[in-house]
Design a protein around this ligand. Structure first.
Ligand SMILES: Cc1cc2nc3c(=O)[nH]c(=O)nc-3n(C[C@H](O)[C@H](O)[C@H](O)COP(=O)(O)OP(=O)(O)OC[C@H]3O[C@@H](n4cnc5c(N)ncnc54)[C@H](O)[C@@H]3O)c2cc1C
Ligand code: SF4
Length: 246
């Protein structure tokens, strides 16, 4: 059912990790996995996310894989999940159950931007568990896909990725949802691009304009400006491929 109705999600899942990891990983665990920033993982190094107030060596150090959007002085990490990027474009909800009862959070609000407290990755409160992830039905004629650029064809996190959901009618975009992965501390829902896409002719020129409007917000670091161009091409390519199918 997921393959048929939500191909962006099945493609994102299959693009993640390796066969062995995918067979053991869980939906809750994948949403809650933490950053792959080298300094976060190396406990001999300072890191604001691991130990607030100790600094962010990645900002001047090894940050090729890290954020170009939404980062802060305190942290430039990215969220590693592929699945969450597809869920963001598909407008999924996360159901949380905790001591104060049940609540539902749109997946786009589930992960945080780092701000001045990057130690908190998500809005999950102490004692809460993810119990469900729900997907809304998509209107007839809606198509979706996930594209991921990485250093190796398997077993590698995204340098940049895009999940695109599109419905075209009479040559015009009726619905578009776009989310980027590998660019920010959370899946990056591309609202500025969507605004341009809605109602516009489904052409490469529109897709380029939309991608550029979104990525104008990017603030690349010394070694990761390539991610902006990569994301631009991934988005335009994904939208063009989906248009050809409608
Ligand atoms: C080498 C390697 C490469 C990888 N490559 C990718 C990749 O390319 N793309 C990708 O998306 N992922 C990738 N992953 C992540 C992998 O797919 C797993 O999702 C991730 O390692 C988390 O493992 P898990 O799902 O078993 O969760 P766990 O390790 O069991 O849990 C992770 C965290 O979530 C908490 N948690 C788990 N379930 C819940 C819940 N229901 N409610 C609340 N908290 C919960 C746990 O307490 C823990 O803190 C990679 C992992 C590795 C090790
Ligand atoms: S980018 Fe974030 S996770 Fe990495 S060193 Fe800086 S504070 Fe730590």
């Amino acid at each position: 059912a997921v393959r048929t109705r939500y191909p962006a999600l099945s493609q994102a899942l299959l693009a993640g990790a390796s066969g062995q990891l995918r067979n053991i990983a869980t939906t809750g665990g994948n949403l809650l996995q933490r950053t792959r920033c080298l300094y976060f993982q190396d406990t001999s190094k300072p890191c604001n996310k691991r130990e607030p107030g100790t600094g962010c060596p990645a900002r001047e150090g090894a940050h090729r894989d890290l954020a170009v959007l939404g980062h802060s002085e305190e942290c430039v990490a990215t969220h590693p999940s592929d699945m969450a990027v597809a869920l963001a474009a598909l407008d999924a909800d996360v159901v949380l159950h905790g001591p104060e009862g049940e609540r539902t959070v749109p997946v786009t609000d589930f992960h945080r931007l780092p701000g001045d407290n990057p130690d908190a990755d998500t809005v999950v409160r102490p004692g809460e568990l993810v119990t469900d992830v729900t997907l809304p039905p998509l209107a007839h004629g809606t198509v979706s896909l996930y594209r991921k650029a990485r250093d190796r064809a398997s077993y590698a996190f995204a340098l940049a990725s895009v999940a695109a959901v599109l419905r075209v009618r009479d040559g015009r975009v009726e619905h578009a949802a776009l989310a980027f992965g590998g660019l920010a501390h959370r899946p990056w829902r591309a609202r500025a691009a969507e605004e341009i896409l809605r109602g516009a002719p489904a052409t490469d020129a529109t897709f380029l304009r939309a991608a550029d409007a979104e990525l104008a917000q990017a603030r690349p670091l010394r070694d990761n400006a390539f991610k902006v161009r990569l994301a631009r091409h991934l988005a335009v390519d994904a939208l063009a491929a989906l248009t050809a199918r409608t």
